[in-house]
Design a binder for this molecule. Structure first.
Ligand code: GLA
Length: 444
């Protein structure tokens, strides 16, 4: 090609990447659900001494089997996701990524085929920089090749981390990799770490670009196996909700990191809290736990269909902390069904106190912003308690255990005689900056 033609072609690609191409893959209309290796299995590469727990094709095959046989798939968990430490340290002669030959002897296409044969989807991890966080080859310099490799392995989900990269280059780099993913013609969920590295570097992430190019993204620290870690994440999302909440919606989600329920660090109450608050946050539900040995009560939390339904609510509105005082927090998320100008809600009462005895919380529905004159059917999502249909004036009382939660669902009641489809005649506008959820009708 002549020199000026090459320059022109180069400019064209850049323009396409910068201005025209957004991710638009139609995926993750509700937050993705699945299993992800990292928090529980880390970078254990010692298959010689620890064959059952090392990062290997056997681990992922086994987890895929259990996701089906133990009923996780039936309640919505779908992705089996590999995290760091799956690679050989060197690319092959064609510059392609190579899975570790000892630990993934049949290769990634074979593992992907196995996961698909179970009716599940397959996810993989890479990093935008020169290396992954654990020091394996990153995608920098090989963006197109690696996107093509993932497509050739029938990958459904890519987590692209941001170690060993310049945060200031991520505004260009993450969309560029997304562009090459699109170019493959295979729809793959694109999970980004773009904002978190920029926030660490003191930058203000450009969330309108991030929403356009990523299906989900990390905002904050890695989750660790402790209640302190879960609390720090809950605080981060509460304290920064005015910036964060409005960015979530069908196809694009904030990712507060994995569910650690069933591991070593959380009590039963704390595990219930993580599940409830993650559902309020419209978070991806990515379990990182040993499904071979999880105790039944923790499995029941992960498989709580009512809470999963809150997480997966089709409106995709992320909830907010609407009250915080003396260790008691109230979190609220607008959900379906809607009736006229009114949402239904999931409401979580969280007790951050450690004074050893349950705390009583009493509040009217109206004080929570639930004002429909038709009333709300209220039920507890962990306990088998149906409060019946309550008016906005009704005061509800809950007892919340230390570091525990009570999560309720309040479904707005319809007045069938006056019923009109909200999507043709009414417009309900959710304003995330309001302290409580106020609803406005028409004129928008
Ligand atoms: C980063 C990510 C983690 C995990 C590790 C792997 O710390 O935030 O979720 O993927 O890298 O090395």
């Amino acid at each position: 090609m002549c020199q000026s033609c090459q320059t022109f072609a180069g400019i064209l690609v850049l323009c396409l990447i910068n201005s025209v191409i957004s991710l638009d893959n139609g995926l993750a209309r509700t937050p993705p659900m699945g299993w992800l290796a990292w928090e529980r299995f880390r970078c254990n590469t010692d298959c010689k001494n620890d064959p059952d727990n090392c990062i290997s094709e056997n681990l992922f095959r086994t987890m895929a089997d259990i996701v089906i046989s133990e009923g996780y798939a039936a309640v919505g968990y779908e992705y089996i996701n590999v995290d760091d430490c799956w690679l050989e340290k060197e690319r092959n002669n064609y510059g392609q990524l190579v899975p570790d030959r000892q630990r993934f002897p049949r290769g990634m296409k074979s593992l992907s085929d196995y996961v698909h044969s179970k009716g599940l989807k397959f996810g993989i991890y890479e990093d935008y920089g020169n290396y992954t966080c654990a020091g394996y080859p990153g995608v920098l310099g090989y963006l197109r090749t690696d996107a093509q490799t993932f497509a050739s392995w029938d990958v459904d989900y890519i987590k692209l981390d941001g170690c060993y990269a310049h945060p200031s280059e991520m505004d260009r780099g993450y969309p560029e990799f997304g562009y090459y993913l699109n170019q493959t013609g295979r729809a793959m969920i694109y999970s980004c770490s773009w904002p978190v590295y920029q926030i660490y570097a003191g930058m203000q992430p450009n969330f309108s670009a991030i929403i356009e190019h990523c299906n989900l993204w990390r905002n904050f620290d890695d989750i660790q196996d402790s209640w302190a870690s879960v609390e720090s994440i809950i605080d981060y999302y509460g304290n920064n909700q005015d910036v964060i909440v409005a960015n979530a919606g069908p196809g694009h989600w904030n990712d507060p990191d994995m569910l650690i329920i069933g591991n070593f660090g959380l009590s039963y109450e704390q595990s219930k809290t993580q599940m409830a608050i993650w559902a309020i946050l419209a978070a991806p539900l990515l379990m990182s736990v040993d499904l071979r040995s999880i105790r039944p009560e923790y499995k029941a939390i992960l498989q709580n269909k009512k809470i999963i339904a809150v997480d997966q609510d089709p409106l995709g509105i992320q909830g907010r902390r609407i009250y915080k005082h003396k260790g008691i927090e109230i979190w609220s998320r607008p959900i379906t069904p809607l009736y006229q100008n009114y949402f239904s809600y999931a409401i979580a009462f969280l007790n951050r106190r450690t004074d050893g005895t349950p705390s009583d919380v009493a509040v009217t529905l109206k004080e929570l912003g639930l004002t429909s004159p038709t009333g709300y059917r209220v039920e507890d999502l962990y306990e088998d308690v149906d409060y019946g249909v309550l008016s906005p004036q009704t005061k509800i009382k809950v007892k919340v255990n230390p570091s525990g939660v009570v999560i309720l669902r309040a479904d707005v009641q319809s007045d069938y005689k006056r019923r009109v489809p909200y999507f043709t005649t009414q417009r309900t506008v959710y304003n995330p900056l309001n302290q409580v959820f106020r609803i406005r009708s028409n004129g928008f």
